[in-house]
Design a protein around this ligand. Structure first.
Ligand code: FA5
Length: 340
């Protein structure tokens, strides 16, 4: 009878297709084609209506055997394909322990820290050693001990963040001089460094920057010693390409005082926005220590005299590396920092 032949034909074709399925997804599609709602086996069942009662029984039995067999074939093939796919995945993802590990990106010291370390190294070669101090200072150490009394106009030279009536975020590293003078014996050659804070922000000013301070207290210290030290230090740090100059200035804690300028690295002295068209960038202040400061710290003046200087580390970094805007330094943008 034709319907039995059709069933055999469909059964055989289904077994072939299940066996040839390349993956579980394809196998499932084949199953739907035969056993699904509109599948070939299901369609054939609809033809049963045309059969006699006897044939209906026989055909019903056979079609159930075929359906059961196809379910079994499907499950077996499904398991085989699952193992095969797992095996392929393991092979694909297998670890080759002989391969070199992926390269870890290497960090660099921040340019400001680099400058600080280099300055400390240069000055330590001529006998200076490092001191640190607190970022929050009393009014006394930040101002009074440095000959900047309350209500004195010199306080306006450094716009200050006040913590309370008697404490400030230090506006400079000069208080380190006083801590050292009070605690140590003479002669002294110290470097003080760390963060300082001022209400200040533009292309060459930051509200939180870093300074490096030098102080030498010894017998018969003169302006010539100061100039010699700074000339040595600036030449070692910047090389001989950029010129430096001393400009008469005023600081309450030094007398006489000078401002140290370095030629602008961007325009090489011609004038640009970084140097405000002057051709020079100020890197720090310096001078002979004011006797009032020495005496307040109980130093026997004039037996002992001294000089001090204080430079901005960010300013030194922008000059050394030719950075056009000081605000790039604290932004910590990786593509900028990676250049150093
Ligand atoms: C002082 O802070 C003095 N204590 C320096 C000093 C020490 C003089 C010892 C004499 C003896 P001044 O305010 O000029 O001085 O600051 C020193 C340097 O810090 C400046 O030349 C500049 O390089 C840097 N600087 C000052 N303000 C800022 C700022 N807002 N952002 C970045 N750098 C700054």
């Amino acid at each position: 009878m034709i319907i039995y032949e059709k069933l055999d034909e469909i059964h055989k074709k289904a077994i072939d297709e299940f066996g040839g399925a390349l993956n579980r997804e394809q196998l499932y599609q084949f199953k739907v084609n035969y056993l699904g709602k509109n599948g070939l086996v299901t369609e054939l069942m609809k033809e049963m209506a045309k059969l006699s009662v006897e044939d209906k029984k026989e055909f019903g039995r056979r079609i159930n055997v075929v359906k059961q067999d196809l379910e079994t074939q499907y499950t077996e093939r499904f398991e085989t394909l699952k193992l095969k796919e797992l095996d392929e995945q393991m092979r694909r993802e297998s670890l080759d322990l002989t391969l070199p590990p992926p390269r870890q990106p290497r960090g660099n010291p921040h340019p400001v820290h680099r400058v600080r370390d280099e300055v400390v190294q240069i000055l330590s070669r001529i006998g200076y050693s490092l001191r640190l101090g607190p970022s929050i200072e009393t009014d006394y150490y930040n101002f009074e001990a440095l000959n900047i009394p309350k209500n004195h106009p010199a306080r306006d030279m450094q716009d200050t963040f006040f913590v309370d009536d008697t404490h400030v975020l230090r506006t400079h590293t000069s208080p380190i001089q006083i801590h050292s003078l009070e605690a140590e014996s003479l002669p002294l050659r110290i470097i003080g460094t760390g963060p300082v804070f001022r209400v200040d922000s533009d292309i060459s000013h930051l509200p939180n920057f870093h300074q490096i301070e030098g102080m030498c207290v010894d017998r018969k210290i003169s302006m010539a010693d100061l100039k010699g030290t700074i000339t040595y230090f600036v030449k070692e740090f910047f090389g001989s390409d950029l010129k430096t100059r001393f400009r008469p200035s005023y600081f309450p804690f030094t007398e006489p005082s000078a401002e140290v300028d370095c030629q602008c690295p961007i325009c090489k002295g011609k004038g640009c926005s970084l140097c405000k068209n002057s051709g020079w960038i100020e890197i720090g202040g310096a001078g002979l220590m004011n006797p009032k400061v020495l005496l307040a710290a109980k130093v026997k003046y004039p037996e002992w005299t001294g000089f001090a200087f204080g430079f901005g580390l960010e300013r030194m970094a922008i000059i050394k590396y030719g950075i056009p805007d000081i605000r790039l330094l604290p932004e910590n943008n990786l593509s900028f920092l990676k250049q150093f």
